[in-house]
Ligand binder design. Sequence first.
Ligand code: DC
Length: 231
Amino acid sequence: MTRRPLLIAIDGPAGAGKSATARELAVRLGLPYLDTGAMYRAVALLARRAGLGPELDGEGRRAVVGFAERLGVGFRGDPRAQRVILDGEDVTEALRAPEVSQMASVVSAIPEVRREMVRRQRELAARSGGVVEGRDIGTVVFPDATLKVFLTAEPEMRARRRFDELARRGVAASWEDVLEEQRERDRRDSTRPDSPMRPAEGAVIVDTSRLSLPEVVEAVVALLPGPPRTP
Ligand code: DC
């Protein structure tokens, strides 16, 4: 009898704590960590470097699909300090720039881009399992995951975390801009016709507004089937 690998899908909007939670879970459970947002961000970075902006015409759109199909993205290092490598270049920091965040939300609405990313994500995680973080992991990529979690938090709380994270990295941004960009990205990610962000059937919704990271991790671990897992 073959046992299915443990696969945990972590979906939810920006700033809900998906990355921190998914990374800690991966370390705790000894599983690979897959940041699918980084893949869309890598496509977005290539688009930006090619001079493309959020308003894509037919030609721009075709160029973006080409970037997705030829994407040479890889991950290196343990989940807590994972680096993203694009065509041999470490782009971990570059992927976090606010204009790349917006562009990632734009390119991820293109069905051909999604199809290509989903195919790769299945290839990467289907055999070994893992903690997979994104927007459509429980709904589209791995609907039969061992556990599906939708992390959410109040918009102001999420924007505050994003704001603090940008400040820590020395990126100057106003609170109003962060809140507005988040609103725009949430709207685009949850209203696109292809794979809109929403809780999957059977997903457990966890509101992280008033929980610390260790509390969120504990809450998710407690949802896993099987005997209790101690730290
Ligand atoms: O999680 P993130 O902020 O790194 O994601 C960047 C963008 O990519 C986000 O605006 C939506 C998109 N995305 C997606 O559509 N599907 C995923 N599985 C992951 C991210």
